[in-house]
Design a protein around this ligand. Structure first.
Ligand code: ADP
Ligand code: ZN
Length: 622
């Protein structure tokens, strides 16, 4: 009975045809009065797990959420779906706050989002204690914030329990997070005192995400050509470019802007106002590309991010998967690409050495934390060098079994072979040692390939005994070999004014031993990336990605209409309809309201509100 109702509500309000993995169990448990702990990866659809029960239960559901932007986003989406919801946090003026509480007292809201700091304020307590008000369900979003072991500990989350103790009755409690470690999980259950909770952990795999690690000769050029390619495939796609430092953000953003791309930036060095403005520009599709440090992202629910590029390697796999996971929340194919550069390992190590967050810790704990961080950094680096399936590496890291082959990551679609690089390694080392000065990777490659360019000739580098000794080896392959030598510690990259290559002590030994030096290298003629992926795309997901050329124009027209409506409604475009929904419309070309209602993502309320305008554009374009 309740299952049927839940499904009906899912369709009626959100326009979705069925529940995703885990949602149904979590919803049913809450409805039967049981506490729950839901552990699902970003984008899996956690909010539905408390929003649907909220609609079905008597009284009010309180949702505890750590960030204003998160609350705003979810309440906005609910209102768009025709559900009355409100938030109570410090972004409201005194007058607005009082008004919201007054409406709440009148029973206008089924769902109220509240910041944990608000729970203990008198005004709020008065409200929950007033006659006729019943909090039947308390949902704790981002529940890992209660744990000191997590990355986002918020002391205010500890107030939740005090609040519960003040209530004359105990509501059902649901806790939801994407953090899977057992320490955090136990903390959540202990601190929130969940009673015999139904714990549901769904798989951590995100099938629609394509993973790749690249080691480009020129990262910036690679980034530009990637964005250009994307622009051809699907004009207007949103993407995030994560950098490790503010300076990197500034440089990349400045250059991309000069190139004519629609880009903005975000890092802790900007004023609050600029950060907010830039974030909104990205969310509202006024700017297509966000270049940011890891300060950007928590609380960003933008569902149609088509690519997340890590311009630098992050400090650990937890951060990587969380950041990369901001791509493709709508389930559409999206790319997660990491550009590896040895320098990033050193930058991260520097951050670990100088971590101010740990100053309050005692000596022993500090050492343990540092060792743990270093180990995590090592695991992150291994990700960049594995020749196995990248998805498999990730899932393995998070303790989940997976088949060794996914077919949707760069390594799975690349063929590798074992190659003996002893001769190349020896030439490169001799070349470096014969120079009187230190040079960067590009110059060393130019010498061994015998590139007679101005830079080489003017410095007399053509007299190096290794000049031209590897002229038959391609530049990308030499790059990879140099990276491998760096990784294995035979070479070092040191930063004078710019990164220069030096032979490490271990190199001596290598040169004396006459043994093969084996490394896995991609076969020179790598299969065309998009071809390999194309197959998977069509099989797995597809809507927008597999749109036929002739429908693309309609898709663009629908996006333009969506943008217009979003501006009128003052909400981000993806809240009107997701890319996926628009793609489905473009392919199915519904002709009337009952046909448009069959499209995933079109609920009753949105149909009433926007259906006619979309149908009109579709009719015009057929
Ligand atoms: P999370 O909080 O787990 O990161 P969200 O709740 O933001 O994920 O959901 C991610 C996206 O998936 C949203 O766009 C949401 O509308 C969509 N979604 C959730 N449940 C379903 C479903 N059953 N079918 C289709 N889409 C869904
Ligand atoms: Zn794979």
């Amino acid at each position: 009975m309740s299952k049927k109702t839940a499904e009906k509500l899912l369709k009626q309000y959100f326009g979705y045809d069925g529940f995703r993995e885990g949602q149904e169990q979590l919803i049913e448990a809450v409805l039967s009065g049981r506490d729950v702990l839901g552990i699902m990866p970003t984008g899996a659809g956690k909010s539905m797990c408390f929003q649907i029960p909220a609609l079905m239960m008597e009284g009010i559901t309180l949702v505890i959420s750590p960030l204003i932007s998160l609350m705003k986003d979810q309440v906005g989406a609910l209102n768009q779906a025709g559900i009355h919801a409100a938030f109570l946090n410090s972004s409201l003026s005194v007058g607005q706050y009082a008004k919201a509480l007054a409406y709440a007292r009148e029973g206008r809201y089924k769902i109220i989002y509240v910041a944990p700091e608000r729970l203990e304020t008198q005004g709020f307590l008065d409200f929950v204690m007033s006659e006729g008000i019943k909090i039947s369900f308390l949902a704790v979003d981002e529940a890992h914030c209660v744990s000191q072991w997590g990355q986002d500990f918020r002391p205010s989350y500890l107030k939740i329990l005090d609040f519960l103790k003040k209530l004359p009755y105990r509501p059902v409690i649901g806790a939801y997070t994407a953090t899977a470690t057992t320490g955090v999980r136990d903390d959540i259950m202990d601190i929130l005192q969940l009673q015999d909770p139904s714990v549901i952990t769904t798989g951590f795999d995100r099938e629609n995400l394509y993973f790749a690690v690249r080691k480009p000769v020129d990262k910036y050029k690679e980034l530009v050509s990637y964005i250009r390619r994307k622009e051809k495939e699907m004009p207007g796609s949103s993407g995030i470019v994560y950098c490790l430092t503010r300076k990197n953000v500034e440089d990349v953003c400045y250059n991309l802007r000069k190139e004519g791309f629609s880009v903005t930036r975000y890092h802790a060095g900007l004023s609050d106002m600029e950060r907010k403005e830039n974030q909104d520009d990205f969310i509202y599709d006024r700017r297509q590309i966000m270049v940011a440090t890891n300060a950007f992202g928590m609380g960003i629910d933008k569902s149609d991010v088509r690519f997340v590029i890590h311009y630098n390697m992050p400090k650990n796999m937890e951060s990587y998967y969380q950041e990369a996971g901001r791509a493709g929340r709508d389930g559409e194919p999206s790319d997660c690409i990491l550009y590896y550069e040895p320098m990033d390992v050193r930058t991260n190590r520097f951050f670990i050495e100088n971590n101010e967050d740990n100053e309050a810790l005692d000596e022993i704990t500090r050492r343990l934390v540092k060792e743990r961080d270093e180990e995590r950094l090592r695991q992150m680096t291994f990700y960049c060098f594995t020749t196995g399936c990248l998805r498999n590496y990730i899932l393995d890291y998070f303790g989940e079994a997976s088949p060794g082959y996914c077919g949707n990551c760069l390594n799975c679609i690349t063929q590798f072979e074992d190659v003996d690089i002893a001769r190349e390694a020896a030439s490169i080392l001799r070349c470096i040692k014969a120079n009187h000065m230190n040079y960067g990777v590009t110059v060393i490659i130019d010498i061994v390939r015998g590139a007679g360019n101005q830079k080489i000739l003017s410095r007399g580098l053509d007299r190096n005994p290794e000049y031209g000794s590897l002229k038959e080896v391609t530049v990308p392959r030499l790059r990879q070999i140099i990276q491998e030598l760096l990784f294995r510690g035979y070479l070092e990259l040191s930063n004078d004014n710019y990164p220069v290559l030096k032979a490490a002590d271990a190199a001596e030994q290598l040169q004396q031993e006459k043994v093969p030096l084996l490394m896995k290298l991609a076969k020179e003629r790598e299969p065309e990336r998009s071809a390999g992926r194309g197959k998977v795309r069509r099989k797995k997901a597809g809507a927008a990605a597999s749109l036929e050329e002739k429908d693309l124009e309609l898709f663009e027209a629908l996006r333009a209409l969506r943008k217009e409506i979003a501006a009128e409604e003052k909400v981000p475009p993806y809240m009107v309809f997701s890319d996926k929904t628009l793609a489905l419309m473009s392919a199915a070309k519904p002709e009337n309201s009952s046909e448009i209602l069959t499209i995933s993502g079109v609920g009753d309320y949105k149909m009433e509100k926007y259906g006619a305008r979309f149908l009109e554009v579709i009719a015009r374009r057929i």
